[in-house]
Design a protein around this ligand. Structure first.
Ligand code: UDP
Ligand code: MG
Length: 313
């Protein structure tokens, strides 16, 4: 087993690849340990494949996994994790927004035995829209997963071998790796890292891809969104009942003319029924959530090590 695997998903990044390869190689060599760099080509069509192929011929530390078509960033990282052999695995974006020079800092934490090293992008160089969306998603994710991380979106992350093995054991298709990793982590930490603007190429995430990613994340963690339905139903019902009571009081105080011949009362009744429907939906959701949970078939637990009592045969 080698010490470090770096996994980098690549999708049409030919402008950034030469610099990325140089800088990542230099950083890894400087870390004075055995390492491999695994590039996963996620169906690039711009010549990235050829650059990667050549790099793998020139450098024995570089391995390239070519996917037959575009499957998305998280699927690509997964393919890389499956090929990785390192005790510690660090994932990184190919667009140089996460400087490879930060890898040793993540390694320091992983060496201490931390399972998942997250990162927080310092003065993030993305559009306002992206940052606003991220902060919303992070707060929902923190609440739903119970693991409070401030930046789920940053893919410069470090994982211990144990967590990587646990993730590889999951067969589910829609995955959001940082959340999945946290669900297996015994210990996590977040460190600040630098963030740069994209210099070459464009972001590979359009609005729709971004939305679908958020849904992957939301559904990959829990049945929390389903539970929200019941909660919402409860709130609507309570409001309806409150409204009804208020109407009754006002009716008594101001007489039948004020109450618009019962139209308002009708609204109050309607609210109660709508609320009840939501509660019913939420209840259905609880069952669906359990079905989803079982169908996913994630490992129930993951044994880190077993001590004592050697098996005598
Ligand atoms: N990526 C990928 N497949 C995709 C989309 C993106 O492998 O379908 C890679 C991309 O090459 C980059 C990383 O995922 O290395 C992050 O993509 P990008 O920088 O476009 O995302 P952003 O920084 O805008 O969130
Ligand atoms: Mg980027």
């Amino acid at each position: 087993m080698i010490a470090l695997s770096v996994v980098i998903p690549v999708y049409n990044e030919k402008e950034n690849l030469p610099e990325l390869i140089d800088r990542t190689l230099a950083t890894c060599r400087g870390s004075m340990r055995e390492f491999e760099i695994i590039f996963v080509d996620d169906g690039s069509k711009d010549g990235s494949r050829e650059i990667l192929r050549e790099a793998s011929v020139l450098n024995p530390e570089i391995k390239v996994v070519m996917l037959n078509r575009n499957y998305g960033q998280h699927a690509a990282v997964f393919a890389g994790l499956e090929e990785s052999a390192g005790d510690a695995v660090v994932t990184l974006d190919a667009d140089l927004q996460n400087p490879p020079e930060e890898i040793p800092r993540l390694l320091d934490e992983l060496d201490k035995g931390i399972d998942v090293v997250g990162t927080v992008r310092q003065n993030r160089q993305d559009t306002f829209f992206r940052r606003a969306a991220s902060s919303l998603v992070n707060s929902v994710a923190a609440r739903a997963t119970g693991v409070s991380m401030r930046d789920y979106g940053c893919m410069l992350r470090g994982y211990s071998r144990m967590v990587v093995n646990a993730m590889i054991g999951c067969d589910e298709h829609s995955t959001f790796i940082p959340v999945l990793a946290n669900s297996f982590a015994g210990s996590t930490i977040e460190i600040p890292v630098k963030h740069s603007a994209r210099t070459g190429g464009d972001s590979k995430y359009g609005l729709f891809k971004l939305i679908s990613l958020q849904f992957d994340m939301l559904t990959s963690m829990s049945t929390f969104p389903l539970r929200m339905l019941s909660l919402m139903g409860g709130v609507i019902s309570m409001l309806g009942i409150g409204f009804g009571v208020l109407l009754a009081v006002l009716r008594l105080a101001y007489g039948p003319i004020w109450a618009a011949n019962g139209i308002f009362t009708l609204f109050a009744v309607l609210f109660v029924f709508i609320g009840a429907q939501f509660i019913g939906l939420g209840l259905l959701g609880e069952y669906i959530g359990r079905i989803y949970h079982d169908v996913r078939g994630r490992p129930r637990f993951f044994v880190k090590e077993i001590c004592g009592r050697p098996k005598n045969i």
